[in-house]
Design a protein around this ligand. Structure first.
Ligand SMILES: Nc1ncnc2c1ncn2[C@@H]1O[C@H](COP(=O)(O)OP(=O)(O)OP(=O)(O)O)[C@@H](O)[C@H]1O
Ligand SMILES: [Mg+2]
Length: 280
């Protein structure tokens, strides 16, 4: 008998919900999952990253903030292997990202989730197919296993009944949640969120940050969250890194930031939306 295709399985109704594997920690809490040293990136004459040192430990949620155009998205793209730096070293989940071959890099990427700054859902695929995509690409699970996982991940983001819809039938907040479900599909140890609430209203933004914290706690994952929305990201983040002029200008907890006498740090943390602070 031939194996049903992924698309055939997805066209059917859901099988009954099954218990998931539960939280998983490939790394012990506290182990370094990402270590960046002296990271540099130029585009032509424009110096974007000028020697970034950064570290994340398993189980942490770190907020990365900074003015628009400072290089936050570039930093994340380099850290997950989508863009090459000009200089520096990156240890991702214990491996030297810049030294490993393409195949190893691909395997490493499967352990990392990414929520893009725009929605980045495929508009020609259903929601369910979008969420399944990274797992289908990995090519190790059967269609019915994928379907069960998709159902679990969508339920986790409080969207149990949207699998058959197309992305253009969803609100902005729902699309962001689908992006979160997709980023979690392969049980990643580390997730990068690039501006997960861009363009959303304040109430929906708060819900997304609460959801990030909830899914992180359930899965014991490690998260890097880029945002301009310092007020609403607070419940999600353990500590922060502020990028300015290609460098780390501040690193610390919210308490450290509140005690800081640095006017730029004050502007970012006390006035809430620091997106224009420090901008030239
Ligand atoms: N592929 C590219 N080619 C040339 N320049 C680029 C490229 N990607 C980014 N840049 C430039 O690098 C700088 C940093 O961009 P980046 O998107 O990382 O900013 P950001 O901090 O994420 O901003 P925002 O908060 O608006 O999302 C910008 O000046 C941008 O124009
Ligand atoms: Mg960006």
């Amino acid at each position: 008998m031939t194996q049903p295709s992924f698309r055939d399985t997805f066209a059917q109704d859901m099988p009954p919900m099954q218990a998931g594997p539960g939280p998983r920690t490939a790394k012990q809490l506290g182990d370094v999952v990402l270590r960046v040293r002296g990271l540099k990136k130029n585009f032509g004459d424009a110096v974007v990253l000028d020697g970034i040192d950064f570290e994340m430990r398993a189980g942490e949620v770190v907020g990365v903030i900074g003015p628009g155009g400072v290089g936050k998205s570039v930093f994340v793209k380099i850290c997950c292997g989508l863009l090459e730096p000009d200089d520096g070293a990156i240890e991702l989940l214990g491996q030297d990202l810049l030294a490993i071959d393409q195949k190893s890099k691909q395997r490493l990427r499967e352990r990392v989730g990414l929520v893009f700054q725009n929605y980045a859902l495929f508009d020609f695929m259903t929601v369910g197919e979008n969420v399944a995509f990274p797992m289908v690409q990995r090519g190790t699970a059967k269609p019915d296993e994928i379907l069960v996982k998709v159902q679990e991940r969508l339920a986790e983001v409080d969207l149990p009944n949207v699998r058959h819809l197309m992305p253009n039938e969803l609100s902005g907040g729902m699309k962001k949640r689908v992006g979160l479900a997709r980023a979690n599909i392969n049980d990643p140890e580390l997730i990068f969120f690039d501006d997960p609430t861009a363009g959303l209203d304040p109430v929906t933004s708060s819900k997304i940050f609460n959801l990030i914290r909830r899914t992180q706690a359930q899965r014991n994952s490690t998260c890097l969250v880029i945002s301009h929305d310092i007020d609403r990201m607070r419940p999600a983040c353990d500590r922060y890194v502020l990028l300015l002029d290609g460098r780390v200008h501040f690193r610390g907890t919210e308490t450290d930031a509140m005690r800081s006498q640095d006017p730029i740090v004050q502007e970012f943390f006390r006035k809430g939306d620091g997106s224009k602070a420090g901008a030239a």
